[in-house]
Design a protein around this ligand. Structure first.
Ligand SMILES: [Zn+2]
Length: 678
């Protein structure tokens, strides 16, 4: 393909990808599947690689996140992001309405827009000639942090605006500054937290914290993996006198027409009674929304009237926030239990005197970890305030010290495991206390439940209750014991008939065919969840190659950092790890790995390559991706198991080592010939 044809195709692909992105993120009505979308992206990325000067920062390929940055630059907002006055009851809302009527004069006609106040993080976006040039956090309202590199990874934020089709709407302005909220849906937040706990990291307290923490990450590649959403909610500098929208409602419609996502649950109200009706309705619906809100924002609709009302030094006079009372309750913390997870992590859980919060009876609350317990100074017997906010599991917010009984007992980390009485210890750099006994029945149980789970070995019928029965009866201690279960032993278990025993044995047999990445994810290696397992399976292709990999080779894999590399290396070099792998193999697990499903040819399938020196056609990252896309594995150091060394200009010690080990050395041209791209 020549350059002009490529340029045309690149434009076509970008338009097409942007259209699908809009349908997916803004309309919530995708017309193609993920795989087709990924194919379009891959074709575009390929063309941009061949013709690097066609690559622009607003290309959809740039959403995956660039290199980590050293820190954030502070930027002044175009207009201050003022805070909004809060109210908590009907009387305050009516007083606000009276002030608005007084300010506009008795004859004035006006209306309100009522918006959901999403519990997220305020973000200002600047577009120049329709292209996203900057994203800045609210900060202190006058200046915020430039987080553009992270904002680019948010799928719902258009990198290029669409031209509005409706005749009554303005076109794309030279400069557009839009304010909005970045947030996480509850379900996404819970999945993210589950993954963190599984990886031994501390859970986020609520979706707001996880959103704020994510926006401030220095590595946009990690941000790209986080499920951030965005709603635009205001125009920073309305210019209704020179052709901009005349009202807030028009601005929201304009945003939508330009491809910016807006919340469809926003409503207009002709007077304060209509506002109050919406307040009541939303409060009821609140728990059913798939994102957390902490109230509503009520704005005078017309910009001319907003300007007439003006602002105090602190907040605008034309808008107000109505905050719902926090879903809190006061109760007595009767006792604390310690639950032991699959990695031995010991979590304190509060047993509460049952109390009604947000429509459900709550009798247990998470205390997260012992640092939290110490920070809040929670003791058994205390009267505590509990809250259900964005999170589903209620939390202990604070202790009411005046009500503390004299015999309230401090909650200390247990010196011995509450289940197996083995020693415990605190993580060297983490927050958890763990039971150090890998044979701990609680850990065994939790590990087996996880092993059988849907995203791991997916063993149908092997649920929580059955795992407990099997462990309780002494039939199963390790994963491989599952594959030695005999029907005559199974039918002796309570509630286990012939039919269920047969079904279980068939499900176990079926699970022997699970591919490598699932088995890896199921093995309970610290820091190895579903995604990391897939990365490792793709990079090494077989359990034996992975088990033999040095920490250095592991770390050379894209996306694998030193902590994960060390954890994987330690696992495969521990007695328990070796025993796990050998026993699963002996049980008949094949752990096959299908080469990266690109659909294309895989001339490097099963080959391990090392790249050294400076190449002409590829950056280091590009050639490593190329090797991977063709079924090969790119590692960082030369060893006996290296199939080829690709050496560019100025190759040094790796070249010498390859020669000494007799590893074939390829020039860049040889490599291109090998992959059929001379
Ligand atoms: Zn234990």
């Amino acid at each position: 393909m020549d350059k002009s044809a490529a340029s045309k195709r690149v434009k076509q692909l970008r338009d097409e990808i942007r259209r699908h992105n809009h349908l997916y993120h803004v309309e919530a009505a995708p017309v193609i599947g993920d795989q087709q979308y990924d194919e379009l992206l891959a074709e575009l990325a390929d063309l941009e690689r061949q013709f690097p000067d066609l690559l622009t920062p607003d290309s959809p390929t740039q959403r995956v996140g660039g290199e980590p940055i050293a820190g954030f630059v502070s930027v002044e907002h175009e207009a201050p992001m003022l805070s909004i006055d809060n109210t908590y009851n009907e009387a305050d809302l009516r007083a606000f309405d009276a002030r608005v009527r007084k300010g506009l004069g008795p004859q004035a006609e006006f209306s309100y827009v009522v918006e959901l106040k999403i519990d997220g993080v305020g973000l200002s976006l600047r577009y120049e000639k329709g292209r996203l040039v900057r994203g800045v956090t609210r900060g202190d309202g006058r200046t915020g942090d430039d987080v553009t590199a992270n904002v680019r990874t948010i799928g719902a934020v258009p990198l290029v605006l669409r031209r509005p089709e409706a005749k009554d709407l303005p076109g794309i302005p030279d400069v557009l500054v839009v304010r909005g909220e970045v947030f996480m849906k509850r379900a996404d937040f819970e999945r993210l937290n589950a993954g963190r706990v599984e990886a031994g990291e501390e859970a986020f307290a609520n979706p707001r914290n996880s959103t704020a923490g994510t926006l401030k990450l220095l590595d946009p590649r990690i941000v790209a993996t986080r499920p951030l959403k965005y709603f635009a909610y205001s125009l920073a500098v309305p210019d209704h006198r020179s052709g901009g929208p005349a009202s807030h409602a028009d601005a929201l419609r304009w945003f939508g027409a330009m491809g910016l996502p807006t919340n469809r649950d926003n409503a207009q109200a002709r007077d304060i009674d209509a506002v109050l009706a919406i307040v009541a309705r939303r409060q009821e619906e609140r728990a059913r929304l798939d994102y957390a809100i902490d109230g509503l924002v009520i704005k005078v609709n017309r910009y001319a009237q907003q300007a007439e009302l003006g602002a105090t030094s602190k907040a605008p006079r034309w808008c107000i926030a109505y905050k719902y009372p926090a879903e809190q309750a006061t109760t007595v913390l009767e006792s604390v239990e310690f639950s032991v997870g699959k990695t031995g992590a010991i979590t304190p859980v509060a047993n509460l005197m049952p109390v009604l919060v947000a429509g459900t009876t709550v009798s247990r609350a998470s205390l997260h970890n012992f640092d939290e317990v110490a920070r809040k100074d929670v003791r058994a017997g205390d009267t505590v305030v509990i809250e259900k906010a964005g999170e589903i599991i209620p939390q202990v917010v604070k202790v009411i010290l005046e009500k503390r009984p004299a015999d309230a007992e401090a909650i200390a980390p247990p010196a011995r495991c509450p289940v197996c009485e083995h020693d415990t210890a605190r993580d060297p750099e983490g927050v958890y206390w763990r039971c150090l006994n890998p044979a701990c029945p609680a850990q065994v149980r939790e590990r087996l439940k996880y092993f059988a789970g849907r995203d791991q070995m997916d063993i149908e019928g092997l649920g929580e209750a059955l795992v407990e029965q099997l462990v309780g009866a002494g039939l199963v201690r390790g994963y491989a014991d599952l594959y030695r279960l005999a029907k005559d032993k199974l039918v002796e278990l309570e509630r286990m008939g012939e039919k269920s025993a047969d079904n279980l044995l068939a499900a176990l047999e079926d699970s022997k065919t699970r591919d490598l990445s699932r088995v890896l994810a199921a093995m309970n290696i610290q820091h190895v969840g579903t995604h990391v397992a897939e990365v490792l399976a793709d990079a090494f292709g077989s359990i034996d190659r992975l088990a033999a990999a040095s920490a250095e080779e592991l770390e050379a894999v894209h996306e694998i950092g030193p902590v994960v590399a060390a954890s994987v290396h330690d696992f495969f070099h521990s007695d328990a790890g070796r025993e796990t792998v050998e026993s699963l193999k002996a049980a008949g697990l094949k752990m096959p790995h299908a080469a990266a499903a690109t659909g294309g040819p895989t001339p490097l399938a099963g080959k391990t390559l090392v790249v050294t020196g400076t190449l002409e056609r590829f950056s280091r990252k590009q050639i490593e991706e190329k090797i991977k896309s063709l079924g090969g594995k790119a590692t960082g150091s030369v060893s006996k198991s290296t199939d080829y060394l690709v050496a560019g200009a100025d190759a040094g010690s790796k070249l010498a080592k390859a020669r000494s080990l007799g590893v074939p050395v390829l020039s860049e041209a040889d490599f291109l010939t090998l992959i059929g791209e001379p």
